[in-house]
Design a protein around this ligand. Structure first.
Ligand SMILES: [Zn+2]
Length: 221
């Protein structure tokens, strides 16, 4: 089944590690052994350091749990927790939007670490740019030195994924979420929303890995 294939791909996100020296992110599982030589900078690492923060795994695990509840729709378990199909769909919208926000914040945290920015400054930057729109349109170009749209184009051209399509989907999900918040229009949620959210989790996570490798890590190889 397609969703099982997506879940097994999502489980592989645990293998994304970051080199403490050059900051390259890859799925070289040998990084978990202390002393393993980084294939990018040739320096020995001190063991695996995951790239994604815990929130990413937690959201993905919630998505998997809720998706599987839908499969067992006739069970008592489903009826107890998910009384309405729309509630099920709403949960995916919330999970997907949260995943994007966590990935974006995680991206900036890695930048802050690289630049060794004091905690006070990090907090101020986030306080001044609370909304995703501000983080993308203001914070991203001011720190990274390139507009978000142009940065996405650069990594999109090198990738097998269509990041622009994934971000179009994200904007669609955000619009539905905003409708829900402002008007309570939960009937607007299309039935294919949960599977489409799942389909876009892999390209969305890979987009942030690629942005990190392009604009934060130092590439030698
Ligand atoms: Zn390295």
């Amino acid at each position: 089944m397609e969703e099982q294939r997506i879940f097994s791909q999502l489980a592989n996100l645990h293998y994304f590690n970051i080199c403490e020296h050059c900051l390259i992110v890859d799925r070289d599982m040998r990084r978990s052994s202390p002393g393993h030589i980084c294939t990018n900078c040739n320096k020995p690492g001190s063991g695996s350091i995951g790239y994604f923060n815990l929130g990413v795994y937690e959201i993905l695990s919630l998505m998997e749990g809720f998706y599987n509840l839908e499969i067992k729709e006739s069970s008592q378990e489903f009826n107890e927790y998910i009384k309405d199909k729309n509630i099920h769909h709403i949960s995916f919208i919330i999970f997907f939007c949260s995943l994007a926000e966590i990935l974006l914040t995680n991206f900036f945290h890695h930048y802050f670490e690289k630049e060794k920015l004091p905690k006070k400054i990090r907090n101020r930057l986030f306080d001044d740019n609370i909304l995703v729109k501000q983080k993308i349109e203001k914070l991203f170009p001011s720190l990274i030195g390139i507009k978000w749209k142009d940065a996405v184009t650069i990594v999109d051209e090198k990738s097998k994924y269509n990041y622009k399509k994934t971000l179009d989907f994200y904007r669609k999900v955000v619009r539905i979420r905003n409708e829900l918040i402002h008007r309570g229009n939960s009937w607007l949620i299309p039935d294919e929303m949960p599977i489409n959210c799942l389909r876009n989790t892999i390209p969305l996570t890979q987009l942030f890995v690629d942005l990190h490798n392009e604009f934060i890590a130092t590439k030698y190889a």
